[in-house]
Ligand binder design. Sequence first.
Ligand code: 4AD
Ligand code: MG
Length: 430
Amino acid sequence: MERVYIQDMSKHVNQQVRVKGWLFNKRGSGKIHFLIVRDGTGFMQAVASLADVGEETFELLKGVTQESSLEVEGLVRKDERAPGGYELLVSRAAVFQFAGEYPISLKEHGVDFLMQYRHLWLRTPRQHAVMRVRAEVIRACREFLDNNGFLLIDAPVLTPSACEGTTTLFETDYFGDKAYLTQSGQLYMEAAAMAFGKVYCFGPVFRAEKSKTRRHLMEFWMVEPEMAFVELDESLCIQEEMVSYVVSQVLKNRKPELKTLERDVSPLEKVLPPFPRITYSDALEILKKHGVELAWGDDFGGGDETILANEFDRPVFVTRYPTRSKAFYMKPDPANPEVVLCADLLAPEGYGEVIGGGQRIDDPKLIRRRLEEHKLPDEAYRWYVDLRDYGSVPHSGFGLGIERLVAWICGLDHVRETSPFPRMLYRIYP
Ligand code: 4AD
Ligand code: MG
């Protein structure tokens, strides 16, 4: 008898099949058991009647506990009322292992409790939906870049240098030398862009940020495109095309998951280019109108980003932040060197910054001066300066944080649920 995955059940109506999986839930009476079986691809009702399966199997199923592993065989029937639209009329069943008393019941638990059991929490429909949206987001990002002439180049995880400031580095010993877990693949992508033109990396990055907000993780995944001969404005066009593409792919391919998450999709349907662009100074004005007085040079907090985003019905670019508040590699605006040619993309509905990026310094003298000003060691950045000495060109890039993008698309109130095993402040278990 053929083993069939629940997601493929529609192709097996009126056939005998075998399903291997776990017991998600069960109810029944003296003569019939209704088992909800899950196999990783879906959830399906299996109906076992005493008359069909015989006394022995019926007793076995009576004792089967939540999350026991099992296989069931029987006839597939189309049934509009069944969850998923199909049900299995069981003729035979076997249990691989009877699960012990399961810590996660189907009632509500607090998030702290669930995080302690993250390895089991992942088995529930809501978490399935989030992980499937995450996979779709990653697939769509990569598809967009692959189809638009970007070459995938992997960046190293162990590095001798900092990209995003020296205060958030995870340090490790590298045979007697100091090394760090990467904060961003950007610097290596700049080297790769000078070799291949348009490139991107996709991988985990690490920030030892003592922030306990709903937008911060210690470890997250970033897509980082980098482009030679591309200036800030062109980079923004590519970003809005990419974000719109990703959102449209999720809307198209992950409808049932968005429904499980009870996501109102109408704000997502508005995500189409062009996205509005405002400068940092414009943003200060908007905040002022809302009673938030920031001095020129101050950074925006999460609440400020929400106020700004609420002014628009789609993601908004905030460009040209003060030079002194930004990373060493950012190119000053030739029209006003007090600001840099950078942009953050703020997501709607209070999800904050999902992309950070900009144009990079291409002048060898200026990059040397900046490294000095930021007290970054010559030795570790020599190769980076080489990129300006040997055929320097204007170039730009950006980093898109996968977890924040997924949190926004799914409508989650915290990024932690977007990661299968999130690393948070004071949590590295499981
Ligand atoms: O703005 P960031 O720090 O930019 C960079 O790292 C650049 N080097 C990227 C580049 O230009 N290639 O980070 C980029 C994005 C943010 O917009 C946000 O989406 C995400 O990474 N991010 C985080 N996500 C989760 N937890 C954190 N602690 C994050 N920090 C940044
Ligand atoms: Mg940023």
